[in-house]
Design a protein around this ligand. Structure first.
Ligand SMILES: [Zn+2]
Length: 312
């Protein structure tokens, strides 16, 4: 990897911090470790994770979450043994034994992992398609021994994060961390490792992708949601959305829209949902109302709500 990275590959933010102690570059907006000291393990599989494999065999997606259906190859049935020469028989038995050892450990891992996946996914309210996709990715990396040296929780979180991104219902790394009890940095690191190994191309998420999720957590009305989407469209026109983390912009737009619709939330509340700092939300908010010429409107609104409070 080159050292000339100026943008976070995940959210497009240009606010990157170099931690000389750890030798890492970290994105201030989404928390992704953009560049790390390379400790690479496993085989390079990029490009081999193609569309045909995506459909699975026979395509029964429910089986993926159960565990390991249709991925391992059987050496053979024990009854086959009578058809073999003595020398082959020994080889067969050796292979069979080896296979059983490997497959039971894989099965055990999968059982635990799928339980973990279900818990984490339900905490995050993720739909079944995302769960299936995450299970599929997990299966894939497990069968190829790519999970070695990483905790199951972090790999599951990374698989879910990646699946969310492919289905365009992004969760922030911060949300993933809360749901899985794994550090945000660790999830980001594992996620990058997996998408690199699998050659998955992930589109950058856009601020509007977060609107409905954040709104539901903040209990904002559909009207406020629509207002926020309109603001984001305007923000896009004045190029306010490039080079900044999408979750932060989305949160700022919702903050403004809520204010306008008398559903005011604190900056703290909004920042927490998006997994960003209050400083970030304040900056995004300022940029937004300045560039969209909303300062006067906001002032009026604030005066109005103050007056309402006093009248009560
Ligand atoms: Zn980022």
């Amino acid at each position: 990897m080159s050292t000339s990275i100026k943008k976070c590959p995940e959210c497009g933010s240009i606010h990157l911090t170099y931690d000389s102690h750890l030798g890492e570059i970290i994105c201030n907006d989404c928390g992704l470790v953009v560049e790390e000291k390379m400790v690479d393990t496993g085989v390079d599989l990029s490009g081999k994770f193609d569309k045909s494999e995506k459909k699975g065999r026979g395509g029964a997606p429910m089986s993926m979450q159960k565990f390991d259906k249709g991925l391992t190859t059987n050496v053979g049935e024990i009854s086959d043994i009578y058809r073999l020469e003595p020398k082959q028989t020994r080889k067969f038995l050796r292979l069979k034994k080896w296979q059983e050892r490997v497959s039971t450990s894989i099965e055990r891992n999968l059982r635990l992992a799928m339980a973990e996946l279900r818990v984490t996914a339900s905490y995050l309210n993720l739909p079944n398609v995302v769960k299936d996709e995450a299970a599929r990715i997990y299966n894939y990396v497990l069968q190829r021994g790519l999970v070695r040296g990483r905790s199951m929780e972090s790999v599951i979180a990374a698989c879910l994060y990646s699946a969310c991104r492919s289905y365009n219902i992004p969760r922030t790394l911060y949300e993933m961390a809360t749901a899985s009890d794994v550090e945000r940095k660790e999830i980001g690191r594992t996620y990058r490792f997996i998408i690199r190994k699998l050659g998955i191309r992930v589109k950058q998420s856009s601020p509007k992708d977060y609107v409905s999720r954040f709104s539901s957590v903040l209990k904002l009305s559909p009207k406020t949601q629509n207002e926020a989407l309109k603001l984001l469209k305007e923000a896009d026109k004045v190029e306010l959305t490039s080079g900044r983390g999408p979750a932060g912009i989305s949160a700022a737009a919702l903050y403004v829209a809520a204010l306008m619709n008398d559903e005011k939330k604190t900056q703290r509340e909004v920042a927490d949902i998006a997994g960003i700092t209050e400083v970030t939300i304040r900056n995004r908010y300022k940029e937004l109302i300045e560039k969209l010429g909303l300062e006067k409107k906001i002032k009026e609104k604030e005066a109005e709500s103050k007056k309402k409070k006093n009248d009560k």
